[in-house]
Design a protein around this ligand. Structure first.
Ligand SMILES: Nc1ncnc2c1ncn2[C@@H]1O[C@H](COP(=O)(O)OP(=O)(O)OP(=O)(O)O)[C@@H](O)[C@H]1O
Length: 266
């Protein structure tokens, strides 16, 4: 019998896990998210966009690392401008580059993050074991982080992100460094997480989106360009659009239409 965790049965008390209206977020001096409207519920949301579109900045705002400069952002029913502690306990975040003590074992690393998320002490050992097993690192659990390969490190990063059974999971380029077999396994994990949580995955790999996401969010210049299913994304492209697959051609077609529209406005 599968053990049901608290996040799966707890009443949520909010309509959407993420609601942004006219959201603006600064990255350095630049307004990298610049008037974004977005609603995300349970499921796996693939965040796509060209380099510099504002994906990382948006994820950092959803992780409460960056505060909105303007507009409104509600996370799990709470305003992002309030005390972030309650939201942080319920979210999992894998940054593009994450720090760790190289002498920590995988188990110590995930345990430390569980402790930072203020998980109850008695729940931590089992939750850590579960998270490590989910990412396929059980046989390396007591090895030091500095001995892991790039792909294994990323899996340890994913383990710390999911250790608290988060209601909101934020993964910035999680498949970088994973080999093709690990990417396929990771897509399975994404689908599993998306059954009960709101999962936001930023990626450059359009095929990851087609295979694992229930929803695609396309952003450019800090704004929402398009949102829909992977099937609708694939259907948006034609034979003349750039790309090796229907999904890539759909992505190119929607971005090109957006650029043309912006050109016409100026
Ligand atoms: N600390 C910073 N100082 C100044 N500008 C920044 C800073 N961080 C990001 N930017 C700029 O903000 C814009 C959005 O950056 P962001 O990293 O959010 O985009 P992205 O969509 O994640 O890009 P990529 O796909 O290349 O990772 C870019 O033009 C970037 O150069």
């Amino acid at each position: 019998m599968r053990v049901v965790n608290a996040a799966e049965t707890a009443p949520t008390g909010y309509a959407e896990a993420v609601t942004a209206t006219g959201l603006k977020v600064r990255a350095g001096r630049r307004m990298a998210v610049d008037g974004l409207d977005l609603a995300l519920g349970t499921g796996v949301h693939g965040l796509l966009g060209p380099n510099g579109a504002g994906k990382t900045t948006l994820i950092r705002a959803l992780a409460t690392v960056l505060r909105p400069a303007e507009g409104s952002l509600d996370l799990l029913g709470l305003p992002a401008t309030g005390n972030p502690r309650e939201v942080r306990r319920k979210l999992g975040y894998l940054p593009q580059d994450f720090g760790f003590y190289p002498r920590f074992t995988v188990r110590e690393f995930v345990t430390y993050l569980a402790w930072l998320k203020e998980m109850s002490k008695v729940d931590i050992p089992a939750a850590v074991q579960r998270a490590i097993e989910k990412v396929g690192l059980a046989d390396r659990a007591d090895d030091r982080m500095k001995t892991l390969s790039g792909g294994m490190l990323r899996r340890a990063g994913i383990a710390q992100a999911i250790v608290n059974s988060p209601e909101l999971v934020l993964l910035d380029e999680p498949t970088v460094g994973l080999d093709p077999a690990q990417r396929v396994e990771f897509r399975g994990l994404l689908r599993e997480l998306g059954e009960h949580s709101c999962v936001v995955v930023s990626t450059h790999l359009v095929e990851d989106v087609a295979a694992a996401c229930t929803d695609v969010v396309l952003i450019a210049s800090g704004r929402l360009v398009w949102q829909g299913t992977p099937a609708a994304l694939a259907a948006a492209g034609g034979a003349d659009d750039v790309g090796d697959s229907p999904t890539e051609r759909g992505y190119s077609a929607l971005l090109a239409a957006h650029t043309d529209r912006r050109g016409a406005d100026w």
